[in-house]
Design a protein around this ligand. Structure first.
Ligand SMILES: [Zn+2]
Length: 492
């Protein structure tokens, strides 16, 4: 080793050491550490989004027993289910948060119970807890629409959309919310919802996983102090969400609607923030989105407690992209299709319709063709580049009923790999449709019931590479036929 190289090596060594030292100086914020330790606060009894009123009541009792929260029944739903108000903290700034005024929008309800666990904890995050407790008076109404939640539906039992009832107040749930808002007169309110999973953040392939709105309080959409504060708080939440899920934040449409509670509260001088939980790839139960909700809300509370939001410049709000309805559950690009004797290359957009399970505690899906044509600037939660593929209707296999009954899963998969999607009995009347636990569907037609891709019809066909099936599309789900059976999952 010559002298020059020794000097160079020593120089490199110093640079590297300096780099490490710099890194270790970068102390993670308390909030970052909460994110890393989210499992400590995650309410483990809530495992999916189909949370019901009975679950909420039980969990509220746990938090009342801790002595840190006060619970009060502030109203009843049409069906007589309690609407509960939990309060926490003894600070001077009142904040009201309510969730699930639409019964099938539960992401924030899940996140609120994670937040309650955080607030009632006792660990190295006590300084943040104390900050919130000493500066804020928090008021929560989790699950404002328990009847809707019971049947996993948007509206209440009178079939009224509670978030269009802020003026007429026909619904007991809407009246309850208005009463508590008037009684408390909070400085700040959070209106917590879910939106379509098919919104993108602007014209990008990124999902609008969290969309914000500082609702307008009049038709010209003017800015006032109340709306300004809501906007600044959104910017605070946006900053931290971008670090955890870059590009997945958008803005909700800000057209004024006096029937909505957010717009009405904003007009009453309550700084109101709408948070809409959208979709995220491979998170149908919205558990990652729940974590983002928890994190954004905690950041907002921290910011309100310290007034740090006041330094946010409103101009930054313009940079948040708008919600764009440009996503599909599955997008098949450049596929060759033959229709009416004409072969053409096009794109297919497929969306999964949700089918509620028994007791409204689960969901199955059925994919339908929503779009055929030029789909520039549309994206899929999943995509197939099909430039070398042809769409072919699934074949029908004729079997005796006893043969079908004794067909093994391996046999079914072999038939699928030959391009069969359906079975018809040769010796009995055949029921129609999918069969629980089976791969192939039943049909009573001699030809494929789905001839080719048709708008509004089930997305069920085979994609051939030259003369060989490459993918099967079953109920809108991709089955990669080059994989082993054990590595595949099939739609129920
Ligand atoms: Zn909603």
């Amino acid at each position: 080793m010559d002298f020059k190289r020794i000097i160079f090596t020593a120089f490199l060594f110093v640079i590297v050491q300096f780099g490490f030292a710099q890194d270790s100086l970068k102390v993670k914020s308390e909030l970052d550490q909460v994110w890393d330790n989210y499992d400590l606060f995650h309410e483990a009894t809530i495992q999916n989004r189909f949370i019901k009123h009975a679950d909420v009541v039980q969990l509220i009792q746990k938090h009342v027993n801790s002595g840190l929260f006060i619970n009060e029944e502030i109203g009843k739903s049409v069906r007589g289910r309690s609407i509960n108000h939990l309060s926490f903290g003894r600070g001077k700034t009142k904040v009201l948060l309510w969730s699930q005024m639409h019964g099938d929008e539960s992401t924030a309800t899940m996140a609120l119970f994670d937040l309650f666990n955080f607030l009632s904890g006792n660990d190295e995050f006590d300084p943040l807890r104390r900050l919130i407790k000493n500066n804020l008076e928090l008021h929560f109404v989790p699950m404002l629409n328990p009847d809707g939640a019971q049947e996993w539906k948007r509206r209440n039992e009178l079939e009224i959309d509670i978030n269009r009832d802020a003026r007429l107040l026909v619904t007991p749930e809407g009246r309850t919310l208005m009463d508590i808002a008037k009684r408390l007169n909070p400085e700040i309110a959070f209106n917590l919802h879910d939106q379509s999973t098919l919104y993108a953040a602007g014209r990008t392939d990124k999902t609008a996983t969290i969309s914000f709105l500082a609702p307008a309080y009049n038709y010209p959409k003017d800015m006032n102090e109340s709306r300004k504060r809501a906007t600044q708080l959104i910017l605070e939440m946006n900053d931290v969400l971008q670090s955890k899920s870059p590009g997945n934040v958008a803005k909700y449409d800000d057209a004024f609607d006096p029937r909505c509670f957010g717009d009405t509260f904003q007009a009453m001088g309550i700084s109101t923030i709408l948070i809409e939980s959208g979709g995220f790839r491979a998170d149908p139960e919205k558990q990652f989105i729940r974590k983002l909700n928890f994190y954004a809300l905690l950041r907002a509370l921290e910011s309100i407690a310290t007034n740090s939001y006041e330094s946010q410049s409103l101009a930054k709000y313009d940079a948040i992209p708008e919600n764009s309805r440009s996503l599909y559950d599955l997008l098949i690009r450049n596929i060759s299709i033959t229709k009416e004797g004409i072969a053409f290359r096009t794109n297919l957009g497929i969306n999964l319709a949700q089918i509620k399970g028994p007791n409204f505690t689960s969901m199955t899906y059925n994919g339908r063709v929503e779009e055929i044509g030029d789909m520039e600037l549309s994206y899929g939660h999943q995509e197939i580049e099909a430039s070398s593929l042809n769409l072919v209707p699934g074949k029908v296999k004729f079997l005796m009923k006893a043969e079908w009954d004794s067909l093994s899963r391996d046999d079914e998969f072999e038939l699928l790999k030959e391009g069969y999607l359906y079975v018809k009995y040769t010796d009995a009347q055949t029921p129609i449709g999918s069969v629980s636990g089976r791969i192939l569907h039943l049909t009573n037609q001699d030809n494929s019931p789905v001839q080719t891709a048709t708008i509004g019809h089930q997305a069920q066909f085979v994609l051939f590479s030259e003369s060989k099936p490459r993918y099967a599309i079953l109920k809108g789900f991709i089955i990669d036929l080059t994989k082993e059976l054990k590595d595949l999952t099939f739609p129920e």
